[in-house]
Write a protein that binds this ligand. Structure first.
Ligand code: DLL
Length: 428
C-alpha cells in the first residue's frame, strides 16, 4: 500500500498534524508573501493568533482575483530560482493564473496522486492510459506523477486521437483509464463505432475520472459499457492539480487528503462558515505548499463536507460529489439551475443517448432549451418528449423546451472539458 500510514491516520493524530502544519504555514505565508502580510494586517490578525484549528476562521479568504491581479508570479514565497515547474489555469477570459511548484511541492503532489491511485486500486505494473491533456493543464502531468509514484506503467496518450487511443487501449491491455468523464462517455460510443466490443476487447478495470462535474447515472453508463469501476477524483490547478480528493472503495464521498489540505464550507454570499453536512462553497487551505501557499482559498465549487469516519477506516474528511461551480449556476427567470441537475434527469432515462446541450436564451422572458440525443426510432416519440419535459420540470421547477435529435448530431468533446451550456443572453 502506498503511504499506508498517512492514509489511515486516526482522527486525533490527523488533527494534531493539521494544527502543527497550519501554524507553520500561516507564519511562513505571512513572512514570505506580501499579499498575506497585508491581508493579515488589515484584519488585525497575527500568525500567533492561530492557536487552534477553529482559529482558521480569523484568516481572511483568498480568491481567484488575488492570484490574477498578481500575474504572473506575484504571490511566490520562494525565489524564482527555486521553482521546478510552472502550470497555468485555462482561464477563459483575460490572463491565466500561473501555478508554481518547488521540488518539494512536486514531490508532495506526486505522493498525493500516488495515494489517490492506490485508493482506486491501482498497483505496481498496472498499465495506466492517461488521457488527460499534457501541458499547462495539471491533469496530464498530475496523473503522470501519480502513476510513477505507485510504480504503474504509464501510457501517456493525452487527449484526443480517439482511434489510436482505442487501438492502444486494446493492444497494450490498459487496466486503468484516466480521463474526463465526458471523454470516457464519448469513448463508450466511439469504441462501438470503431467495431470494438468494449467488455471483450478491453481490459480496463479501473477508471479515474474528474476535472468536471458528472453524475451517478453517467458513472453507471460508463461502468456498464466497459465493465470497470469508476472513481471520482477532484482537484484544481491552484491546489497543485488533481489529487486533492478521491473516492475510496466505498464511493460514499471523496476523501480530502486532510494532512495536506484543510477543507471548510462557507455560505458563498456571506462568507459564514457552515457546519459539516451543509451545502456551501468549498474553501481550502494548503498545509505544506512551498512555492505558492494558499490560505482559505475560495474555490466556487459547491459541495458538503462530512467528518465522520468512513467505512473504509479512513478519517480524512469527505466531500460530496461536486454539484457545480457557483459561477456555472444559471439563473433562468429567477430560478437557479445547475447543469448537473439536467444531466441527472437525462441520464436517468435509459432510451436517451449520452450527449446533451443546454441552451439559455432571452426573448422577453428567459428560456431554457435542452437538446438530447436518442435513436432514430425514438426521435419523434411524443411520449419520450413528454417524459423528459415532466422530469425536468419536477427537478428544476421550470419548463424546458426539449428537442430530441438523432445520435451523433451534437458536438462531442474530445479535448478538454465538456462545454454543454450555451447561454445566448447578453452578459453585461
Ligand atoms: O481540473 C484538475 C483536475 C485534473 C482534477 C484532472 C481532476 C482530474 P482546473 O482546470 O483548475 O483543475 O479546474 C478545477 O474543475 O474547481 C471544479 O470546478 C472542476 N472539477 C475538478 N474535479 C472535479 C470533479 C483540474 N471530480 C475545477 N467533479 C474545479 C466536479 C470538478 N468538478
Amino acid at each position: 500500500m502506498f503511504e499506508h500510514k498517512a492514509q489511515f491516520l486516526k482522527r486525533k493524530e490527523l488533527k494534531r498534524v493539521q494544527l502543527s502544519k497550519l501554524r507553520r504555514i500561516v507564519s511562513y505565508a505571512y513572512q514570505n508573501v506580501p499579499l498575506f502580510k497585508k491581508r493579515f494586517n488589515e484584519a488585525g490578525v497575527k500568525p500567533g493568533s492561530i492557536r487552534t484549528l477553529d482559529d482558521i476562521e480569523k484568516i481572511p479568504f483568498t480568491v481567484k482575483n488575488d492570484l490574477r491581479d498578481n500575474y504572473p508570479l506575484g504571490v511566490l514565497a520562494v525565489p524564482q530560482t527555486r521553482l521546478y515547474c510552472l502550470h497555468a489555469s485555462s482561464g477563459t477570459t483575460g490572463k491565466p493564473i500561473i501555478m508554481a511548484y518547488t521540488r518539494g511541492d512536486l514531490e508532495r503532489w506526486s505522493k498525493l496522486m500516488g495515494r489517490s491511485f492506490d485508493v482506486a486500486g491501482v498497483r505496481r505494473g498496472d498499465v495506466v492510459q492517461n488521457m488527460f491533456g499534457y501541458g499547462l493543464f495539471t491533469g496530464g502531468l498530475g496523473f503522470h506523477y501519480g502513476a510513477r509514484a505507485v510504480g504503474a506503467t504509464i501510457v501517456p496518450t493525452g487527449t484526443g486521437n480517439t482511434k489510436r487511443q482505442l487501438m492502444l487501449m486494446k493492444d497494450l491491455r490498459s487496466r486503468v483509464a484516466a480521463s474526463t468523464p465526458s471523454y470516457m462517455i464519448y469513448l463508450c460510443e466511439a469504441s462501438r463505432i470503431e467495431g470494438y466490443e468494449p467488455k471483450v476487447d478491453f481490459a480496463v478495470k479501473v477508471g479515474i475520472f474528474g476535472a468536471e462535474p458528472w453524475s451517478e447515472q453517467t458513472r453507471k453508463r460508463i461502468e456498464d459499457v466497459f465493465g470497470l469501476r469508476a472513481h471520482d477524483i477532484y482537484g484544481m490547478s491552484e491546489l497543485y492539480g488533481p489529487g486533492v480528493a478521491i473516492e475510496c472503495e466505498q464511493r460514499n464521498g471523496l476523501h480530502v487528503w486532510g494532512d495536506e489540505f484543510l477543507v471548510e464550507t462557507i455560505n458563498p454570499d456571506t462568507g459564514d462558515v457552515l457546519e459539516p453536512g451543509k451545502e456551501g462553497e468549498l474553501v481550502f487551505t494548503m498545509l505544506s505548499r512551498e512555492a505558492m501557499p494558499l490560505l482559505r482559498y475560495r474555490t466556487r465549487d459547491l459541495s458538503r463536507v462530512f467528518e465522520e469516519e468512513c467505512a473504509c477506516g479512513r478519517y480524512h474528511p469527505r466531500i460530496q460529489r461536486i454539484k457545480g461551480r457557483s459561477d456555472d449556476m444559471l439563473i433562468i427567470g429567477g430560478v437557479n439551475v445547475f447543469p448537473s441537475q439536467v444531466e441527472h434527469v437525462l441520464m436517468n432515462i435509459p432510451t436517451l443517448g449520452d450527449q446533451y446541450q443546454i441552451i439559455v436564451s432571452h426573448a422577453e422572458l428567459d428560456r431554457l432549451a435542452v437538446k438530447v440525443e436518442t435513436t432514430p426510432e425514438r426521435v419523434n416519440d411524443p411520449n419520450l418528449l413528454k417524459q423528459i419535459q415532466s422530469d425536468l420540470l419536477a427537478v428544476l421547477g421550470i419548463r424546458a423546451d426539449v428537442q430530441l435529435v438523432e445520435l451523433g448530431t451534437l458536438p462531442r468533446t474530445e479535448v478538454g472539458k465538456a462545454r454543454r451550456v450555451i447561454d445566448l443572453r447578453t452578459k453585461e
